[in-house]
Design a binder for this molecule. Structure first.
Ligand SMILES: [Zn+2]
Ligand SMILES: [Zn+2]
Length: 332
């Protein structure tokens, strides 16, 4: 069995025994896993992850062995994807609300332990797993396991405050942003997308954005039409300054992108214009299910390049340099 581990650079190992599923868990042979910015945050030490561990949290594969108490809804041969929270308590407030990813007793695979998405085999907790619908290949489904459900969750939040047919801003058109644009468009919003990179603006147009504007231009914020909600996918502090400027009175700035240093917010401006800042990350298992179903039914397709797992360190370098357009998906 092979999987990369963290020792400075990621290292692929081929000599690790295949684990046995216990309790309700099942064993999955992973076929595809895509690289996420959160993997880089973990590797850089921002998530409290302690090496060695196996990163990766956008995995798709097939069940190859059931545990003694695996629910009957999961059978050998089923194609599944799964989210990081596993071995949860199932009794805390977060678990009871379906937010297993916040359970304090969870194992956060991909950020700790040896069953991250870049493993060849992983032990999977059924509370975090969903079946992949027909109509999505393994490579198309993988980025939806984190980037997709995060995008869908953010658009759902925006939909609480504005109706389809209205303008929705998206700041940042990369791996998550291009999915925000697709979900927002399919859910009926007119997307006004912003980025500073020409290739990302091209991607935004390809994904259905009605407007794709260069936010680095002087007076770009002042010239743009304001929207009720602005979803920020960029991890740059300046993107938040920009987002508040292009959000209308009584509006919401919805935060996905995470700057790696504290970001100053002008509270007076928020108070005077009645603007709120809302944070979001990933989603519940129900939201993951809906995000996959919507993608399969409405033709939402991540833009990706397929790479071999042995080139993972080059992928990390490319993502760090902002060179990835869409997602890198790795065959395991
Ligand atoms: Zn819990
Ligand atoms: Zn992620």
């Amino acid at each position: 069995m092979s999987r990369p581990q963290l020792h400075g650079e990621l290292e692929v190992q081929d000599d690790i025994p295949v684990p046995e599923p216990e309790g309700s868990e099942f064993l999955v042979k992973i076929s595809a896993n895509s690289l996420c910015n959160s993997d880089l945050a973990g590797i850089a030490g921002y998530t409290g992850s302690t090496p060695p561990y196996v990163p990766g949290h956008e995995p798709v594969g097939r069940i190859v062995k059931r545990g003694p108490a695996t629910p009957s809804s999961f059978q050998v041969g089923d194609r599944v994807g799964f989210m990081p929270g596993s071995r949860v308590c199932s009794s805390c407030r977060s678990c009871l609300l379906g937010n297993h990813r916040f359970c304090k007793s969870r194992t956060n695979f991909g950020f700790s332990g040896m069953f991250g998405g870049f493993s060849e085999y992983s032990l999977v907790d059924p509370v975090s797993a969903v079946k992949i619908p027909d109509g999505l290949t393994d490579e198309e489904a993988a980025p939806l396991l984190c980037a997709g459900v995060t995008a869908y969750g953010a658009v759902k939040k925006a939909a609480q405050y504005q109706t389809p047919g209205t303008l929705l801003n998206v700041v940042g058109c990369g791996g998550v942003g291009h999915l925000v644009i697709q979900y927002a468009t399919k859910m009926g919003f007119d997307v006004q997308a912003f980025d500073v990179a020409e290739d990302k603006l091209e991607l935004a147009k390809k994904c259905g954005a009605k407007f794709a504007l260069d936010s680095s231009q002087p007076d770009a914020a002042e010239a743009a039409e304001k929207a009720v909600c602005t979803i920020v996918v960029s991890g740059v502090s300046a993107a938040y300054d920009f987002a508040f400027k292009v959000t209308s009175h009584h509006g919401k700035v919805i935060a996905i992108g995470v700057p790696h240093s504290p970001t100053a917010v002008n509270i007076l401006d928020l108070v005077l214009r009645d603007i709120s800042l809302i944070a979001t990350n990933q989603g519940t298992k129900d939201e993951l299910y809906s995000c996959l179903q919507l993608a399969a039914a409405r033709g939402i397709k991540p833009i990706y390049e397929k790479h071999d797992i042995n080139t993972i360190n080059q992928g990390i370098a490319d993502m760090t340099a902002g060179k990835i357009v869409g997602r890198y998906v790795y065959s395991i």
